[in-house]
Design a protein around this ligand. Sequence first.
Ligand code: ZN
Length: 192
Amino acid sequence: MSKLREYVIPFTGLSIGKHTYEFDIDKKFFDVYGTELIHSGQIKVILDLTKSANMLLLEFSHSGVFNTECDRCLNDIEMPIEGKNKVVIKFGTESGDESEEIVVLPTEAHEIDIAPLIYEFIGITVPYRRVPADCDETDKYCDTEIGNRLSGIILTGDDEEDEIAEPEPDPRWQKLKNLLDDNNNDNKSKKE
Ligand SMILES: [Zn+2]
């Protein structure tokens, strides 16, 4: 996997204290690191890196939108996404205390590729159900064409009896029609 260098942070030369980084995640990022969960989007990631004598604290927050299909109408939509995560980087050889929040790097490590962390943190906040709010009601759809078709199917079902029954003539039109027929003097019997 060819890494994107912009996500590799050389921490050896950093001063003790807090350093802030900003990243704009888009399609290029997912093309490199994986498109299983998201294939494209516009997501801002802010990383606060706090360096102390023997460890690093990485505080990530991300927010933005990603492109997907609406689960209901398969329309291309943008869904909001956001989250916050914290990772502690320790140094040593043992991996015994490694967990979700703690990453152990070899003592000689001088840089860290944070792209896999960003990918993971964005990934765990991808909503399971992808339906925008304005498409989340029985008679509302974000794709109007499909919405109309779905509504049509429902209407046809409900109106089945009406379609078979003779449509009721509008009495006003009937009156006009009778008048016209009278004027025509060609009186075919028009009783209905
Ligand atoms: Zn929809």
